[in-house]
Design a protein. Structure first.
Ligand SMILES: Cc1ncc(COP(=O)(O)O)c(C=O)c1O
Length: 370
């Protein structure tokens, strides 16, 4: 196959694809003359409630704010411990730290998601919550996690930043526990034209608190119920997200098709691709394989015009910022092992079958499996 250039993602292509609709969103919003908390935000929230089955969706500035507010609304405070995974984006742990609580790490399974058996070992009298992450949009083992939470009287707050459109037994990511956070960062499946996020919850009181908190605690223009912050979802983003939500299922179907094709075509036994769990339907925000001699493979792919990325080379417990929690190398053996293997292959809805075949051939070729 002749040489191709395959970028990891291609947001410019997405713009070309949606240019007419996006410009119409800009026109609709700007022509109204109001740009803060107009009805577009509530319309998006209702549409996301319909899509996810959550009783409440609250539009925010980012997924990180969604995590923070979910923990805050769950009553997680100083002295509390929250058990979470070392395999995630830093915001998972940052949110726990910023409500004053202590993150406690539990190692992951081979599929990169938190291992329920490890959670159980980390429970102390101070544990208040479990925060699983549906990493890459792959659903964590929610049955087992909810079972542990129930037996120990713990809350579950889901980092569902990557799982818009992911379901387990028909239930949407972010709707299993007390609350969940969704990210609409440009690299997510439901993406804004910049930062954006949402919190999902079935709890009326939590929803009310977060609705107030994201808007300075304002009940009305001249009445402040609580001191809050400004984490209002942009109106333009709300309008774009409303439009993109109508395309989400199609985007996920295309991503799932490409993921299945990768699975079928990558034959090298040196490359491990986690399976989808029974009953799960994952959204594949990323397609991460675990590959032997990963760095050499990455260089080989780059030499053939294929961009790939390492998500991530350092587990969260070993970052400088986490030193004060006292973890050391060897504490999370599976997560640490995976950090040397993980490689995200190009994976987006505009990737053609030919491009997937080209990438898979070069992966196989590297290991001599072609
Ligand atoms: C697992 C995970 N948690 C939290 C976040 C934070 O979301 P945001 O970038 O919207 O603040 C992200 C997104 O980058 C993420 O991937």
């Amino acid at each position: 196959m002749s040489n191709m250039q395959i970028p990891f993602v291609d947001l410019k292509l997405r713009f070309e694809d949606e240019k007419a609709e996006l410009l119409a969103c800009v026109e609709r919003v700007l022509s109204k003359g109001h740009l803060v908390m107009t009805p577009e935000v509530a319309e998006l929230e209702r549409a996301v409630e319909d899509y996810t089955g959550a009783r409440h969706c609250i539009g925010l500035n980012s997924g990180t704010d969604g995590l923070l507010m979910a923990l805050w609304a769950a009553g997680i405070r100083k002295e509390d411990e929250v058990i979470t995974t070392p395999v995630s984006f830093v915001a998972t742990v940052g949110a726990i730290v910023h409500v004053g609580a202590t993150p406690v790490f539990a190692d992951v399974r081979r599929d990169q998601n938190i291992d329920p058996a490890e959670i159980e070992k980390k429970i102390t009298p101070r544990t208040k919550a479990i925060m699983p992450v549906h990493w890459t949009g792959r659903m964590a083992d929610m049955d087992a996690i909810l079972n542990i939470a129930e037996r120990h009287g713990l809350m579950v707050v889901e980092d569902s930043a990557q799982s818009m459109g992911s379901r387990a037994d028909g239930k949407h990511g972010g709707t299993f526990g007390f609350a969940g956070a969704i990210s609409c960062h440009p690299l997510k499946n439901l993406n804004a034209v910049g930062d954006g996020g949402m919190m999902l919850t079935d709890n009326d009181e939590a929803a009310e608190k977060v609705r107030l908190y994201r808007n300075h605690g304002l009940e009305s223009r001249d009445s402040v119920a609580i001191f809050g912050i400004n984490s209002r979802l942009d109106v333009l983003n709300a309008e774009v997200l409303k439009f993109r939500l109508t395309k989400l299922d199609d985007i996920i179907a295309r991503r799932r098709h490409n993921a299945n094709l990768y699975r079928e075509l990558i034959e090298a036994p040196e490359v491990f691709i986690p399976e989808e769990k029974d009953g799960a339907s994952d959204s594949y925000v990323m397609f991460i394989v675990q590959a032997e001699r990963r760095d050499a493979l990455k260089a080989h792919l780059a030499g053939n015009g294929i961009e790939s990325l390492i998500y991530y080379g350092t587990p969260l417990h070993l970052h400088k910022a986490a030193q004060r929690f006292g973890y050391k190398k060897g504490d999370m053996p599976e997560a640490e092992r995976q950090c040397d293997l993980v490689l995200a292959l190009p994976h987006h809805q505009h990737l053609t079958e030919d491009q997937v075949i080209y990438v898979a051939e070069h992966v196989n070729g590297f290991y001599g499996a072609a």
